[in-house]
Design a protein around this ligand. Structure first.
Ligand code: SF4
Length: 486
């Protein structure tokens, strides 16, 4: 049955038997538990937007497999226009949620696996792509949410998968059976895992011949036997768990995506759901393409968030009577400049995308890495400017209990007020939103989501073609080429 609305999405999650723990207790209903429900609502917006005429062109696509109208979050990019529409869609969703809406990770996994498995089949005469297409058609037709599961625990980082003293530090195949495989291990930091329908498991690093048991791709339902999830803590989770709506900052959609560890304890995967099985020479390509697709997104979703943050700071400046000060205008101008620069890099890596041998389109990998690298700096600078303009009251603001107290409420309202005729609650709510968007969990996510900064720098240097740059410099000055270097 196709999920056609936000409410049907929530209903579909309630039908699943996903095993999720949080603070030591089992979550019975992920759609209603205070820890997870904001993140469910954020993901639900990806479903709702497809029904709004204004956004349908961005939020839906035509499946190249069936010709059906599908969610763009299940689509294999067929051209540059698809890549750009995805970027525009992510910015809109970032603007509407002010947080992570999670569904892009599965989309990027789908696109990476599709293109890589095509090339794998060409080399080894396997039929993985056909299997993948059958699975993907179900995802598209039922409009399911997929969590792209790549990051392994990694144990001792100085050692590869085959050299760990505990083999479970990298997810691996423990048994090969006639009709499938049995897998064990864990995936960390899984955005949207607790409110997805399917897990697309991918290897986490490039692997050598000794790591065949670690080199696999497969799809597993989230509630398959042997799967347990543990939902992570956040800097502000006490406020969220007690549903302190004002103090949460973003009460509707929460902060970041709601991440979990997924533990796989001897989970059986039937052959039809296995899309790579021991072909270590394709693991590096898969990681590379997945990472590039996801890094391209960051200049889009984060730009949407920054739009909200800039709006919040601007409104706060109006409330506080500082909006016309020249330094305030200058700092807001700087925030806008940084925000649009991020967006420009997302658009650029999409516009410079190209077709892979499978027919699916791929972003420009150099520009995608530059895009994510920019996020690890610009988001922090925008947050710094936001805190500069907001003022110190964010750090000392009394709680919403004091605001709502009969005795203390009038005092809080009097001494935390701004210009006349704007309720103090507005200043406090906006302050709390800025606090949530510039605080610990939000910034950590911007730094490490889609790969830590060093991962992008490695790719930037690798793809930077320094030899060519040296030749250019030499040519300009008439220095002969063909010597030892270049
Ligand atoms: Fe999508 Fe951004 Fe969340 Fe990644 S961080 S899943 S790109 S919204």
């Amino acid at each position: 049955m196709k999920i056609s609305s936000a409410s049907e999405y929530a209903e579909s999650l309630r039908r699943l038997k996903t095993v999720i723990y949080y603070k030591g207790n089992k979550i019975q209903d992920v759609t209603r538990h205070p820890a997870t429900s904001p993140h469910v609502r954020a993901a639900a917006l990806t479903y709702a937007l497809a029904n709004q005429e204004e956004y349908a062109d961005l939020a839906t696509a035509i499946s190249h497999l069936t010709g059906h109208v599908i969610s763009r979050f299940t689509h294999v990019h067929q051209n540059v226009e698809d890549l750009i529409k995805k970027i525009k869609l992510l910015r809109v969703l970032g603007q509407k949620t002010g947080t992570c809406f999670q569904r892009c990770v599965g989309l990027d996994g789908i696109n990476a696996v599709y293109s890589v498995v095509y090339e794998l089949d060409q080399k080894y005469n396997t039929d993985y792509l056909e299997r993948f297409k059958q699975w993907l058609i179900q995802i598209q037709d039922e409009n399911l949410m997929v969590v792209g599961a790549m990051t392994d625990p990694k144990g001792d980082r100085a050692k590869g998968p085959a050299d760990q003293s505990d083999p479970d530090q990298y997810m691996h195949i423990v048994k090969r059976l006639g009709d499938g495989i049995v897998v064990r291990g864990a995936k960390l930091h899984m955005t949207g895992a607790v409110n997805s329908h399917e897990i697309l498991v991918m290897p986490t690093v490039a692997m050598d011949e000794r790591s065949k048991d670690y080199a696999f791709v497969c799809a597993i339902p989230v509630d398959a036997q042997g799967i347990t999830m543990v939902f992570g803590r956040q800097a502000n989770d006490d406020r969220r768990d007690k549903e302190e709506r004002i103090d949460m900052g973003n009460p509707s959609f929460g902060t970041v995506g709601g991440e979990a560890i997924i533990v796989f304890e001897d989970v059986f995967v039937p052959n039809g759901r296995i899309f790579m099985n021991g072909e270590t020479d394709f693991t590096g390509l898969l990681v590379y393409r997945f990472a590039a697709h996801h890094r391209a997104n960051y200049g889009a979703c984060k730009t949407g968030l920054m739009d909200v943050l800039i709006g919040a700071v601007s409104y706060l400046s109006q409330i506080q009577g500082t909006a016309n000060a020249s330094h305030v205008k200058d700092k807001i101008t700087e925030m806008i400049h940084l925000c649009e620069t991020l967006y420009a890099s997302s658009i650029a890596c999409s516009a410079e995308g190209c077709q892979t041998p499978s027919g699916a389109y791929m972003v420009n990998t150099m520009l995608a890495n530059v895009c994510k690298q920019n996020v690890t700096r610009f988001h922090f600078e925008i947050a710094r400017l936001a805190l500069d303009l907001a003022g110190g009251f964010i750090a000392t603001l009394p709680s919403q209990y004091d605001l709502e107290s009969e005795n203390l409420g009038p005092i809080v309202k009097k001494y935390f007020s701004g210009v006349e005729n704007i309720p103090t609650e507005h200043r406090i709510k906006i302050g709390r939103l800025i606090e949530a968007m510039t605080g610990g969990t939000a910034l950590v996510e911007s730094m490490h989501g889609a790969g830590s900064p060093q991962a992008q720098r490695i790719m930037i240097l690798r793809e930077g073609d320094l030899d060519k740059k040296i030749r250019l410099a030499k040519a300009l000055l008439g220095i002969p080429t063909g010597d030892k270097k270049s």
